[in-house]
Design a protein around this ligand. Structure first.
Ligand SMILES: Cc1cc2nc3c(=O)[nH]c(=O)nc-3n(C[C@H](O)[C@H](O)[C@H](O)COP(=O)(O)OP(=O)(O)OC[C@H]3O[C@@H](n4cnc5c(N)ncnc54)[C@H](O)[C@@H]3O)c2cc1C
Ligand SMILES: NC(=O)c1ccc[n+]([C@@H]2O[C@H](COP(=O)([O-])OP(=O)(O)OC[C@H]3O[C@@H](n4cnc5c(N)ncnc54)[C@H](OP(=O)(O)O)[C@@H]3O)[C@@H](O)[C@H]2O)c1
Length: 448
C-alpha cells in the first residue's frame, strides 16, 4: 500500500448494519477515517431488528463486537440520519462533500411485490414489516397488523421459519400453511430454525402432502424419502410445543391471487399448481400448470426476500443496486462498484456491500465476509487514485450538513448510554432484555 493514499483517507459508510460496521472496522484497520450514517438510532441493522427477538445471547455477542468497532478512534457515528432522494441527505449531496469513497451498506429496505391481484387487501403483509415490529423497530413497532387465525406464508426459507415461530409461539394462531412454488427437496430453511416449530407440524397432513406431490418429484428423479427426512430431522432438536397451532406445507403451489371480501379483507389465497422442471444447469424450476386451487386463509405473509430501496438514488437490477459488470477493483471475483447502466459507467467512488449488494442473501457471517472484501476493494480504488486523500474537509462538510438538519443525532457515546439505560431497565423489570420501542422514548431517555 502506498501510504497517504489509503491511510488518512476519509470514507463515508451509509448504513450501520453488520455489513456497514464490519466494513467500517476493516477500513479503520487501514488507517482510514470513517463517518458512519445510520437510519435507525441504534446500530446493528437486522442483527438487532431481524434476528429473532428471543435470541438474546446471539444479539448481545454481536452488540459487543459492534461496540468494539464503534469504539475505534477512526470512526464517527451518526444515528437517526436517513440517506435518500426524499430523506435527510441525498447521495448526490454526500458525493459533493468530497469523501474519498462512499460505501453503501443500507441493506434491502424496499418491498418485493409480485404484482398479484389482492396484494393491497387488509391482512396481506411482507415478513420484514412484522419482523421489524416484533423486534421493536420504530416506526414498525407502533403499526397495527391484522393477523387472523389461518395464515398462509409464501416462501420456505429461514424468514418463513422465524415468522411461523412468532405465529405459533407468540400469537398462537389456529393454522399456518407454508406455501412453496417448488417441492420438499427445495426448502431453504435450516434444521435449527425449523426445530422451533416442528412440534406443531401436523404429521398426518404432512405425509398426505408428500404423497400429493410424490409423482411430480419422482418425475425429475428426486428422492422423496431424503427430502422428507431432512424436514423431519428437526424433530431431533424440537422445541416443545406451547400452543395448539397446526403447521403444514403446501408444495408445488405458486401464488396467483389473494381473494378478498367486500370489506377488503383476505378470505383465500389462490395458488397455481406447478411441476418441477430441470434447467440446463440441472437446477429445479417451478413450471406453472394452469390449474389452481384455493387455500382458506385470512392472512397472507410474503417471506420471499426483499429488494433495495428505490429512494437511495442508485440504479437497481434483480432487487439490488447495480454492480459494475467489469469491475476495476474486484475482490475474489466480486464487484462492489456501483454502476449506472444507462450511462454505461461506474458511479465513481461509490461501493455497495452486504444486502445492498445482494438483497436477502446470507447470515451475519456472510455480511462480514462481504464487508472485509469490500474494504479491500475500496482500498485498491484509493491506492490507484492520482489525487491525495481529502483530509478532514469532507468530514467537516458532513458535520455542518448534519447540524443543519436540526434533529437529534446519536453519537457512539449515546449508543453506549442507550444500551446501559436499557440494561438497567431490564434488571429493574427482572427480564432478560429490554428495549425502548419508539424514537421519542429513546431520545427522551438520552436527554436529546
Ligand atoms: C428475519 C431475519 C432473521 C435473521 N436471523 C439471522 C440469524 O439468526 N443469524 C444470522 O447470522 N443472520 C440472520 N439474519 C441475516 C442477517 O441479519 C443479515 O445477513 C445482515 O443483517 C445483513 O446485513 P446488512 O448490513 O447488509 O443489512 P442490514 O442488517 O439490513 O443493515 C442495514 C443498515 O442500514 C441502515 N439504513 C437503511 N437504509 C438507510 C438509509 N437510507 N440511510 C441510512 N441508513 C440506512 C439501517 O438502519 C441498518 O442499520 C436474519 C435476517 C432476517 C431478515
Ligand atoms: N436464523 C437465521 O440464521 C436466519 C433467519 C432468517 C433469515 N436468514 C437468512 O436471511 C436470508 C434471507 O432469508 P429468506 O428466507 O428471506 O430467503 P430465502 O432463503 O432465499 O427464501 C426465500 C423463499 O421465498 C421463495 N420465493 C422467492 N421468490 C418467490 C416468488 N416470486 N414466488 C414464490 N416464492 C418465492 C423462495 O422459493 P425458491 O427457492 O423457489 O426461489 C424461497 O422458498 C437467507 O440467507 C437466510 O438464511 C437467516
Amino acid at each position: 500500500m502506498r501510504d497517504g493514499q489509503t491511510s488518512g483517507a476519509s470514507v463515508l459508510v451509509i448504513g450501520a448494519g453488520p455489513a456497514g460496521l464490519f466494513a467500517a472496522g476493516a477500513l479503520a484497520d487501514l488507517g482510514v477515517n470513517v463517518a458512519l450514517l445510520n437510519r435507525d438510532l441504534r446500530p446493528g441493522g437486522l442483527a438487532e431488528y431481524g434476528i429473532y427477538h428471543s435470541k438474546h445471547k446471539v444479539k448481545s455477542v454481536l452488540r459487543r463486537q459492534f461496540g468494539k468497532i464503534l469504539g475505534r478512534d477512526e470512526i464517527v457515528y451518526y444515528g437517526n440520519v436517513t440517506v435518500g432522494e426524499s430523506a435527510d441527505l441525498s447521495l448526490t449531496q454526500l458525493r459533493e462533500m468530497g469523501f474519498d469513497a462512499i460505501v453503501v451498506a443500507v441493506g434491502a429496505q424496499g418491498t418485493k411485490w409480485l404484482g398479484l391481484p389482492g396484494e393491497d387487501l387488509t391482512g396481506v403483509y411482507h415478513a420484514k414489516e412484522l419482523i421489524y415490529a416484533y423486534n421493536s423497530l420504530p416506526p414498525y413497532s407502533e403499526l397495527i397488523f391484522e393477523i387472523g387465525k389461518r395464515v398462509a406464508l409464501i416462501g420456505v426459507g429461514n424468514v418463513m421459519a422465524d415468522v411461523v415461530r412468532w405465529l405459533v409461539r407468540d400469537l398462537e394462531v389456529d393454522e399456518v400453511a407454508a406455501v412453496a412454488r417448488r417441492g420438499p427437496a427445495e426448502v431453504k430453511f435450516t434444521r435449527a430454525e425449523f426445530a422451533h416449530v416442528i412440534a406443531n407440524l401436523d404429521l398426518d397432513a404432512f405425509d398426505g402432502e408428500i404423497e400429493r406431490v410424490r409423482a411430480r418429484m419422482e418425475a425429475v428423479d428426486q428422492d422423496v424419502a431424503t427430502a422428507k427426512s431432512f424436514i423431519l430431522s428437526a424433530q431431533g432438536r424440537a422445541e416443545p410445543a406451547t400452543s395448539e397451532t397446526r403447521v403444514g406445507f403446501r408444495f408445488l403451489s405458486s401464488p396467483k391471487r389473494i381473494v378478498g371480501d367486500a370489506a377488503g379483507n383476505v378470505v383465500a389465497l389462490e395458488v397455481e399448481n406447478t411441476a418441477l422442471v430441470l434447467n440446463e444447469a440441472g437446477v429445479t424450476k417451478a413450471s406453472r400448470l394452469g390449474t389452481t386451487h384455493e387455500l382458506d386463509v385470512d392472512t397472507v405473509i410474503f417471506c420471499i426476500g426483499d429488494r433495495v430501496s428505490d429512494d437511495l438514488g442508485l440504479p437497481i437490477a434483480w432487487n439490488a443496486y447495480v454492480k459494475h459488470p467489469e469491475p476495476r477493483y474486484a475482490v475474489d471475483g466480486i464487484s462492489f462498484e456501483a454502476y449506472d447502466p444507462e450511462r454505461a459507467e461506474a458511479v465513481d467512488g461509490v461501493f455497495v456491500v452486504g444486502w445492498a449488494r445482494e438483497a436477502s442473501t446470507g447470515q451475519v457471517a456472510l455480511a462480514r465476509k462481504d464487508a472485509l472484501a469490500c474494504a479491500r476493494s475500496v482500498s485498491a480504488y484509493l491506492e490507484a487514485r492520482e489525487s491525495t486523500p481529502a483530509s478532514g474537509e469532507a468530514m467537516l462538510r458532513l458535520q455542518t450538513a448534519l447540524e443543519g438538519l436540526g434533529k437529534p443525532l446519536l453519537t457512539k457515546d449515546a449508543v453506549v448510554r442507550l444500551h446501559e439505560i436499557e440494561a438497567a431497565e431490564a434488571e429493574r423489570l427482572g427480564v432478560e432484555a429490554f428495549r425502548f420501542d419508539t424514537n421519542a422514548v429513546m431520545l427522551e431517555a438520552l436527554g436529546l
